[in-house]
Design a protein around this ligand. Structure first.
Ligand SMILES: Nc1ncnc2c1ncn2[C@@H]1O[C@H](COP(=O)(O)OP(=O)(O)OP(=O)(O)O)[C@@H](O)[C@H]1O
Ligand SMILES: [Mg+2]
Length: 333
């Protein structure tokens, strides 16, 4: 079956301009050749440190940013070059929920107006029908009916995120990009919102691209996980394989930071990353991770490792596995 979303070789480079009138003097290689697909009803978790390009992937996939290179297909249709008119139906099918539901909700609109606005913009339904739809959405996301008349500042963080979710759902989308939708919330509230998103996924067969900077957050909700480092995906597989046998040293390091003790992780040594993420303006040669990798070999400085299927269904880009599978842990011992 055709996946709902197919992204191939996606690049997004931001030109750097010194002065207002000057020509570009370089680029931020925010997303530098990313490929993945998401099936209907599937969640792909996208994780990586701050600045690795996660939000840029999400925004480019929704065509909120123009891709520099690569293709984006929705249900087999290439939407990469569509003009704003032809893109309109896709704007309905693809929605976004944001990290900070406070900053993303208009403080001068009531919650009901916020949730109903997309219906108004797309001219869907008579006023009465819109009102009913908004009421149904409030109920579905667990907000009290009378909350339609309250303003964003009157809600808690978790409730505000429910408003954001109701708004995203209003146009009956097929894919929702969640850009760190629970990162700003307390842990107990995070679980409630994640459970709500999972229930909604079951009910509406939604696909999610779920962005987070730590693996613990994506573990519950994701079917598959893609790990990003400096604009590239370095590992991608189903959640279980990633947690049981990470193949990329960077994923191994991210997993070390997950506090939940995993039976499969018993005895695994902790890999603490030193140093900051290098700048995407001037990324390291070869494997971008070689400057921080505890297992770096001379060739890692010069040869870019391809993202390839190291074991069936498990993709990684690391020279450690060129002669067969070696878990980073085994390599160290
Ligand atoms: N509009 C822009 N113009 C120039 N550079 C940008 C722009 N947007 C993002 N960047 C740069 O692109 C890189 C990737 O940014 P992005 O926001 O996608 O990262 P992220 O993984 O979402 O990080 P975080 O976890 O902090 O949200 C960063 O170096 C960022 O500074
Ligand atoms: Mg981000």
């Amino acid at each position: 079956m055709t996946p709902l979303l197919e992204v191939d070789g996606l690049k997004k480079h931001f030109p750097i301009r010194k002065g207002f009138f000057s020509r570009a003097s370089g680029s931020v290689y925010a997303v530098d050749g990313v490929s993945f697909s998401i099936g209907r009803g599937e969640t792909l978790g996208l994780v990586g440190e701050s600045g690795c390009g996660k939000s840029t992937v999400g925004r480019t996939v929704l065509r909120l940013l123009e891709p520099t290179q690569g293709t984006i297909k929705v249900a087999g249709q290439d939407i990469t070059q569509l003009d704003s008119q032809d893109l309109l139906p896709y704007r309905r099918r693809l929605q976004m929920i944001y990290q900070d539901p406070y900053a993303s909700l208009n403080p001068r609109m009531t919650a009901g107006e916020i949730v109903g606005e997309p219906l108004l913009v797309h001219d869907l339904g008579a006023p009465e029908e819109r009102k009913e739809r908004v009421a149904a959405l409030f109920e579905r996301v667990g907000l009290r009916p009378e909350a339609v008349n309250a303003y964003p500042h009157e809600f808690s963080g978790g409730q505000r995120q429910r408003i954001g979710i109701a708004r995203a759902l209003s146009l009956k989308p097929e894919l929702i990009v969640g850009d760190e939708p629970v990162s700003a919330l307390d842990v107990s509230i995070q679980a409630q919102i994640i459970n709500l998103l999972m229930d909604l996924q079951d009910e509406f067969k939604l696909s999610y691209l779920f962005v987070a900077h730590d693996l613990a957050v994506v573990e519950h909700i994701s079917h598959r996980v893609a790990v990003m480092y400096l604009g590239r995906i370095v590992e991608m597989t189903d959640k279980r394989s990633l947690f049981e046998m990470p193949l990329h040293p960077y994923s191994e390091a991210l997993l070390s930071a997950v506090p939940i003790p995993k039976s499969s992780a018993r005895g695994r040594k902790r890999v603490i990353l030193t140093g900051d993420v290098p700048s995407p303006i001037n990324p390291p040669s070869g494997c971008h991770f070689h400057t921080r990798c505890p297992y770096a070999m001379p060739r890692c400085k010069t040869e870019v490792p391809a993202l390839r299927e190291v074991i069936p269904g498990h993709l990684a880009s690391c020279h450690l596995h060129d002669g067969g599978v070696r878990s980073p842990l085994a390599a160290a011992s």
